[in-house]
Design a protein around this ligand. Structure first.
Ligand code: ZN
Length: 335
């Protein structure tokens, strides 16, 4: 493989000698090369501890920024060259991008703090979107925020349509966090580029609606299933109660031919920690081989879906703006 100025210029299969001027690195008979991996759903600022919410919401800026720096470095060492951060605090991932040279971290596609409702899922991250590459909306509640419910919508259809229209008008991709079965139809209708979790949670368990899955395939919407897990860690209660139904759902999503990218949700709790995708688990979870599914999701599928993970060729212009002073947050007790 001939690399020039950081770009692959040629791949030779004939055994021809390298060009005279080339510096040769020989990886030996057993060597192999893999494209950089893409993790389409991470949280660099979260420390993956048992109380990651308290860390990210109440920790001082420098500590949280240091967590983000360490998470980014760990991901890069694991072979992840691009991460899409779908929920930081105070735009710290944008700061990280400026502070840390590109050789010491993956490329970061940042959403900043996600858009949420008052007291809604991840309200403690607090923020409007400015300078971001992708807009993330908490379309339903989540499992980590006691004042929200993963079974309920947070927004009406007209609000969601407005968010997508504005994001696209500004050249940004739009990602929707959804657990609730009710909310999945809403985000498909609104035209989101990616759907995070896609869990079809109902009070009883998991209620896949096949007609919605068909619509996702028809529209080419990208699904990020956030299946990262650390082997041996107990799953959080909401997942444990539904684990078999979720595995069944994942199998059906894959079989449908939907475009599934590898997103791990790395950072939010010990179960999902890793800070890098557990691709082996991802493959086993759906009864497919690791190389076949995990690697394709994290390389080819993600590359092909790039225009939906972030807007094509969009780079946020350098802007100076006054960010509002951060207000101290008071967290409701954990359930
Ligand atoms: Zn997430």
């Amino acid at each position: 493989m001939l690399v020039e100025d950081g770009v692959i210029r040629d791949v030779d299969f004939t055994g021809a000698p390298p060009p005279q001027h080339a510096t040769v690195t020989d990886f030996g008979q057993d060597g192999w090369l893999l494209p950089g991996l893409v993790d389409a759903h991470v949280h660099l600022c979260w420390d993956a501890g048992t109380d990651a919410v308290a860390h990210v919401a109440a920790g001082d800026r420098d500590t949280v920024l240091e967590t983000a720096r360490a998470s980014a470095a760990t991901a890069l060492r694991a072979g992840i060259t691009t991460v899409r951060d779908l929920g930081d605090r105070d735009y710290l991932t944008l700061e990280l991008r400026d502070l840390v040279p590109p050789t010491e971290r993956p490329e970061i596609v940042a959403a900043g703090p996600p858009i949420t409702t008052r007291g809604g899922h991840c309200h403690f991250l607090g923020g409007e979107t400015e300078g971001a590459d992708v807009v993330r909306v908490m379309a339903s509640g989540g499992n980590l925020t006691p004042s929200s419910s993963p079974l309920q919508q947070q927004y009406g259809r007209s609000d969601l349509r407005l968010v997508v229209a504005e994001a696209h008008r500004l050249g940004l991709a739009a990602a929707a966090h959804v657990h609730a079965a009710e909310a999945i139809g809403d985000v498909i209708d609104a035209g989101f580029d990616t759907i995070e979790h896609f869990a079809f949670f109902t009070a009883e368990g998991v209620g896949l609606r096949p007609e919605l899955l068909d619509e996702v395939v028809r529209r080419g919407i990208v699904i990020s299933l956030t299946l990262g897990m650390v082997p041996g860690s107990p799953p959080p209660p909401a997942v444990a109660a539904r684990i078999e139904a979720m595995q069944d759902l994942v199998g059906k999503v894959i079989a449908s031919g939907a475009r599934v990218v590898a997103g791990t949700d790395a950072g939010i709790e010990p179960y999902i920690k890793g800070r890098h995708p557990q691709l082996g688990e991802l493959g086993q979870c759906i009864g497919q081989d690791v190389v076949g599914f995990g690697l394709r999701s994290a390389t080819a599928v993600a590359a092909e879906a790039d225009g939906r993970l972030r807007a094509p060729l969009h780079r946020a212009p350098a802007r100076t703006c006054d960010r509002p002073e951060r207000q101290p947050v008071s967290l409701p007790p954990r359930l």
